[in-house]
Ligand binder design. Structure first.
Ligand code: UDX
Length: 460
């Protein structure tokens, strides 16, 4: 009898199928989640599109990777930009993912217990539902952006979104009952109409009968948005389990990291360098790059700048920049095409992060106690920037057209003035809270344990 009981108690290994959006800012947290679940005893299958296929290193040798055979031309991403591309990708993958999941079910049968998909890969939720498989939405952005999407829909339905279409005034107004967000902080994009953004947002929520939502955030950052989501918006459980980059490390860079910048940082003084990076999608005009460089130069601060190939409009890399730019770099800067960002942010020489405020960059910066200069480009980055400045008070947002004076002022406020020191102290205290939240007894740690229990007890 003891033997039988022992066998019954032995946990059966369950498999989860993960479906990431094929973009750096989404693949990274999905693979961190994969690592976290694997360490809890789950087997992992990752279903990726052909587009932007992430080639796994040996770190993922225990995982199964399968391809969703869509046939979108590579040029579609550049032509359509994220929102329209995602709408098209979802249509394109509808059938092919169903086939893919069907094959997996034939191969692995009952072992597959759940499909976890990025909120923007909602075709995966549809397919899971057809096979009567439990499915879970993974939000790689934050809870406040999730709330914004609901508010946005409601305002649109009530015809009060005029300020968003008005290029002159009103955009600066606070959204009623949603302070401190202004109309211009809504997660919209200059690359798509309000209507197509709404179409995407409507599809990201739970109408497909998902079983739960997990969010890469911590309650110490967004407790009121999380409560609102759970009480007003979602009937299914919400699990805030982040920041996942502290929970599990996963090498997922799509571009090669240039580690020489760490040697350069080793030669700089503590808190003396501004790290500049705009993530994997944002673009800058030549004039903006020149104004930023001149502002940094006149503020006498050292900088490490990631200029991703193709991130300066109409240029392969930096060949379009004036000679003056290279002179400024040689005086006090260092440039790489792609950096080991988490290592850079953890380096004692880095005193501030000039960022587009993508959610991963935001979490990585807060996780190292580094205050930020916020220059958001689109969607959730604007929400994050507003929270960094007005709620967590660890950032300064640079708004409007970039000019030398504005850049110099923001840089000095953060790197030289007492105000910057206060922000650094607040950032340090947030870092401690975030680390505590993912360690035993912390809120995200508890939430992950609960989610794992939930996954283990899911019935097909
Ligand atoms: C996108 C959206 O822009 C972002 O707002 C959303 O939250 C996720 O999807 P992205 O623009 O790439 O992501 O920004 P971010 O979320 O910050 O992710 C970038 C990732 O690339 C980070 O994990 C960062 O560490 C990494 N990175 C960036 C590097 O490893 N090296 C670099 O040089 C620059």
């Amino acid at each position: 009898l003891e033997k039988v009981l022992e066998m019954e108690e032995k946990p059966t290994r369950r498999r989860v199928v993960l479906v990431p959006v094929p973009a750096q800012g989404h693949i990274t947290p999905m693979m961190q989640l994969a690592k976290a679940l694997h360490s809890k005893g789950f087997s992992i299958t990752v279903a990726q599109t052909k587009f932007n296929y992430f080639i796994p290193s040996d770190d993922f040798s225990d995982f199964q990777f399968v391809t969703i055979p869509e046939s979108l031309p590579e040029s579609d991403f550049d032509d359509l930009r994220p929102i329209l591309f995602l709408l098209k990708l979802n249509k394109e993958c509808q059938m092919s993912f169903k086939d893919c999941l069907g094959h997996l079910l034939v191969q692995q049968g009952n072992e597959i217990s759940c499909v976890i998909y990025d909120e923007f890969m909602y075709f995966a939720g549809d397919a899971a539902k057809e096979f009567k498989l439990p499915n879970v939405i993974f939000s790689t952005t934050n809870a406040t952006t999730f709330v914004c999407r609901s508010v946005f829909e409601k305002l649109y339905a009530n015809n009060v979104l005029a300020p968003l279409k008005d290029s002159k005034g009103q955009q600066d107004e606070l959204v009623p009952e949603f302070h401190p967000l202004r109309y211009k902080d809504f997660p919209v994009s200059c690359w798509a109409t309000l209507e197509s953004i709404l179409e995407l947002y409507r599809n990201t929520v739970d109408e497909r009968a998902a079983s739960a939502v997990i969010i890469n955030t911590a309650s110490c950052l967004e407790s009121s948005s999380l409560s609102w989501l759970q009480q007003e918006r979602l009937v299914i459980p919400v699990y805030p389990i982040g920041p996942l980059h502290i929970v599990a490390s996963a090498p997922t860079s799509l571009l090669e990291e240039n580690k020489s910048c760490i040697e350069w940082l080793n030669k700089q003084k503590v808190n003396s360098v501004i790290y500049i990076s705009l993530g994997s999608l944002a673009l800058m005009e030549v004039n903006e790059v020149m104004q930023t460089a001149s502002g940094l130069d006149s503020s006498n601060q050292h900088f490490l700048w990631v200029i991703r190939p193709g991130s300066i409009c109409d240029s392969e890399w930096i060949e379009c920049l004036h000679e003056e730019f290279l002179k400024m770099v040689s005086r006090r800067g260092y440039i790489v095409k792609w950096a080991p960002q988490k290592e850079v942010l953890a380096h004692p020489a880095v005193g501030a992060f000039w960022s587009h405020c993508g959610w991963n960059s935001t979490l990585e910066s807060l996780g190292e106690g580094v205050p930020m200069i916020c220059r958001p480009f689109s969607t959730d980055q604007k929400v994050n920037a507003r929270y960094l400045e007005c709620v967590w008070k660890v950032g300064i947002q640079v708004e409007g057209e970039l000019n030398i004076g504005g850049v110099e002022k923001a840089v000095k406020r953060l790197m030289v003035d007492e105000e910057g020191e206060e922000m650094r102290e607040r950032a340090f205290s947030l870092k401690e809270k975030l680390i505590a939240s993912v360690t035993s007894g912390g809120s995200s740690h508890k939430s992950l344990e609960e989610f794992v229990h939930f996954l283990r007890t899911l019935k097909r």
